[in-house]
Design a binder for this molecule. Structure first.
Ligand code: TLP
Length: 342
């Protein structure tokens, strides 16, 4: 099986399994797991924040951040393709009592003007605009990157109106590897930011949320309220530390593989794709006039798995468990099924 559905499907490598098996652990609810403490310190430093918190998933990282940065009834500006708006099961309304304001950004990314235009006037009838959430890379935009400059302009617009800022950095590592910009430079304007260990880095479980020491103390409490307090979670944190040390550089290979495939897909008659938009490990392409779900079923029958990401849109995601040789085997299958115009 060649699984290009997501970078979440990556499995722990042999070295990672060894690091997990030999990790020193303690009870993290007592704050006594040395491996978790080390992971939190390492990630806080890489993100340039005072403190960090290991959480079971990216969704929990987003939801904890929303909870500590808002009050019930607030409005939160998000891009309309964002994970928070589309794939978190309505949790912002359930867990934080906030209303999301989905804003369409050109090519799936917001600009400072988009944020300014979405601000609510003051007045008793309006919700209070409290928070702007960005996603870097932007998944539904095809893994596209928010540059530091663009983020800074958005942050200036937001701060001018006393808004807070949160970054969903599920694939922030990819943005850093692709641009050579350190993670802390991307993270600096944000109150809270999280990064995933369980996507391209290849760890089995976990994300790390970072921010000020005060906010992370509150976040620790919210994590417990959500049932995310874990015990000997150093077993999992060890996988994250191993990934950062040994598997981070590999992300560049995923990007090169994505470009290799994008250039070929773009030449197929049935596919609408500008390969220049493929900046990291995700390819989003349209198949005009054809049923994306049916196409994904056809490629799956030939053992190549991709994700329908809209009625006529497909997502193909590169990751460390698909090397160039496997990709070369996947290519004829993709070519056969996708390469026919409607
Ligand atoms: N994304 C998954 C699906 O849920 C779509 C994927 O296959 O890409 N933020 C972003 C930008 C994400 O892409 C994801 C996972 C999450 C948050 C949630 O992370 P987890 O799955 O760890 O809760």
């Amino acid at each position: 099986m060649i699984d290009l559905r997501s970078d979440t499907v990556t499995r722990p490598s042999e070295g990672m399994r060894r690091a997990m098996a030999t990790a020193t652990v303690g009870d993290d609810v007592y704050g006594e797991d040395p491996t978790v403490n080390r992971l939190e310190a390492v990630v806080a430093e890489r993100l340039g924040k005072e403190a960090a918190l290991f959480v079971p998933s990216g969704v929990m990282a987003n939801q904890i951040a929303l909870h500590v940065l808002t009050r019930p009834g607030d409005e939160v500006i998000v891009e309309q393709g964002s994970h928070i708006f589309n794939y978190e099961s309505g949790a912002p309304a359930l867990l934080s009592g906030v209303q999301l304001r989905p804003v369409p950004g050109a090519g799936g990314r917001l600009s400072a003007d988009d944020v300014t235009a979405a601000l609510r006037p003051t007045g008793a009838v309006f919700p209070v605009t409290r928070l702007v959430c960005l996603e870097n890379t932007a998944n539904k935009a095809g893994g596209r990157i928010y540059t530091v400059d663009r983020i800074q302009r958005i942050a200036n617009a937001a701060r001018a109106h006393d808004l807070r800022l949160h970054l969903d950095g599920a694939r922030l590592w990819n943005a850093s590897v692709a641009t050579g910009t350190p993670e802390h430079a991307f993270a600096a304007p944000f109150d809270t930011v999280w990064v995933a260990l369980s996507k391209g880095l290849g760890a089995p479980v976990g994300s790390v949320l970072a921010g000020s020491a005060d906010r992370m103390a509150r976040a620790r409490r919210v994590r417990k309220q959500l049932g995310g307090g874990m015990r000997q979670s150093g077993i999992l944190a060890a996988a994250g530390l191993y990934a950062l040390e040994h598997q981070y550089e590999q992300l560049a290979t995923d990007h090169a593989n994505a470009r290799w495939l994008a250039e070929r897909l773009a030449d197929l008659p049935g596919v609408a794709l500008d390969p220049a938009t493929v900046e990291t490990n995700i390819i989003i392409c349209d198949v005009p006039g054809r049923d994306a779900a049916a196409l994904a079923e056809q490629t799956a029958a030939d053992d190549v798995h991709i994700t329908p990401f809209g009625p006529e849109t497909l997502r193909i995601t590169l990751h460390r468990d698909v090397d160039r040789a496997m990709l070369k085997r996947a290519w004829p299958v993709l070519k056969t099924h996708l390469g026919r115009a409607a």
